[in-house]
Design a protein around this ligand. Structure first.
Ligand SMILES: [Zn+2]
Length: 208
C-alpha cells in the first residue's frame, strides 16, 4: 500500500475493517478496490465465526460521492465455509460491518442518505434531489427503500390533542389526533363528529 492508498483509507474508510488496495480517480469518477481485513467472517444463519475461505468474488458498490467525484467500490469478497456442519448455510459471503449489507448495491452510508431523502421527498422529487447531489437514485428505487423500512414504534402518548380541519375547500372535514407532547400526528379520522373519535378511543385503551 503506497502513501496515496493509506491516505484514502484514512479519509474514506476510517473505522471500517477494510484495506484499500488501489484507488484510481479520473475526471469525475473514483474507483477504490477494497478487501476485508478481518480474519474471520460470521455466519448470518448460525452466528459462528469461520476462517475457512471457500472462494472469492468481486462485488461492485456505489458509495457516497466525494468532492464531486462519484465513488465506486470494487470489493473483493471472501465466501467462507460455515464452521457448523449442521448449519443450513454451507457457505456465506463476508460483510463489512457498517459498510455493506447482503444483496445491497450501495454502501450502508449511501443507503442511509437515500433513506433520508426518500422520507423527506419520496419518489419523483427525491430522485431529482438525489441526482442533483450526485447520488444515483430512481423514483421507484426510493419508494422501495421506504417500503423496506420497519414501521416506527411509538410509546403510548400521555396527552392526546384532537382538532378538526376542513378538506376540499370546506366541503368536508376531518379530525386529527395528535400526541400533544411530541407534536406528532397519530391518526386522521373522517368527519368532525364525536362518534368516530369515541370509537377510536375505545379501540385504543390507554390512549386517553
Ligand atoms: Zn452457519
Amino acid at each position: 500500500m503506497n502513501d496515496d492508498e493509506i491516505a484514502w483509507q484514512d479519509v474514506l474508510f476510517q473505522g471500517f475493517e477494510v484495506l484499500v488496495t488501489t484507488a484510481v480517480h479520473g475526471a469525475c469518477v473514483m474507483v477504490v478496490r477494497l478487501s476485508g481485513r478481518g480474519d474471520a467472517g460470521s455466519c448470518p444463519a448460525c452466528g459462528r465465526a469461520s476462517t475457512r475461505v471457500h472462494d472469492r468474488y468481486e462485488r461492485r458498490l456505489q458509495d457516497l460521492p466525494l468532492a464531486g467525484h462519484a465513488v465506486g467500490i470494487l470489493l473483493s469478497v471472501r465466501r467462507f465455509l460455515c464452521a457448523d456442519g449442521a448449519c443450513p448455510k454451507r457457505t456465506f459471503a463476508e460483510q463489512i460491518p457498517g459498510l455493506t449489507s447482503a444483496y445491497a448495491r450501495v454502501t450502508d452510508r449511501l443507503g442511509a442518505s437515500l433513506d433520508r431523502i426518500a422520507l423527506a421527498l419520496a419518489g419523483r422529487a427525491g430522485a431529482r434531489m438525489a441526482n442533483a447531489m450526485g447520488l444515483t437514485a430512481g423514483r421507484m428505487g426510493l419508494w422501495n427503500r421506504i417500503r423496506a423500512m420497519p414501521d416506527p414504534v411509538y410509546d403510548t402518548p400521555r396527552v392526546l390533542g384532537v382538532d378538526d380541519f376542513a378538506t376540499k375547500h370546506g366541503h368536508s372535514y376531518a379530525t386529527v389526533i395528535t400526541d400533544a407532547e411530541r407534536h406528532r400526528p397519530i391518526e386522521v379520522l373522517p368527519g368532525r363528529e364525536a362518534a368516530p373519535l369515541t370509537a377510536w378511543l375505545t379501540a385504543h385503551p390507554g390512549w386517553r
